[in-house]
Design a protein around this ligand. Sequence first.
Ligand code: FES
Length: 113
Amino acid sequence: MTYLVASSLDELPVDAATRIVVGGIAMAVVRTDEGVFALADRCSHADVSLAEGEVEGCALECWLHGSAFDLRTGQPLSPPATLPVATYPVRIVGEPAVVEIDPTPSIAAEDIS
Ligand code: FES
């Protein structure tokens, strides 16, 4: 795995999504009490930014039609989306803490388009 620096931990608001480009890939990065998660910043239902959505527990809800995606797996939890979005491995390192993300997606692009 090749992790790249995405942000300092302190720069990420809790229970909100932040759009960050890592390795040329736009991601919706979400910090919750359970950790930091990175999803592709593109809803699988239509081409809109997930980073503009709302965080509810361990899910990110698309602002356009309301599908929620599991932050851990990228799987859709509610319609109309039926396909998952890619997720990316995240690790927190150093002091002060830095968020690093591997831009290799968990799901091949052909599986999610
Ligand atoms: S565009 Fe995201 S649910 Fe429709």
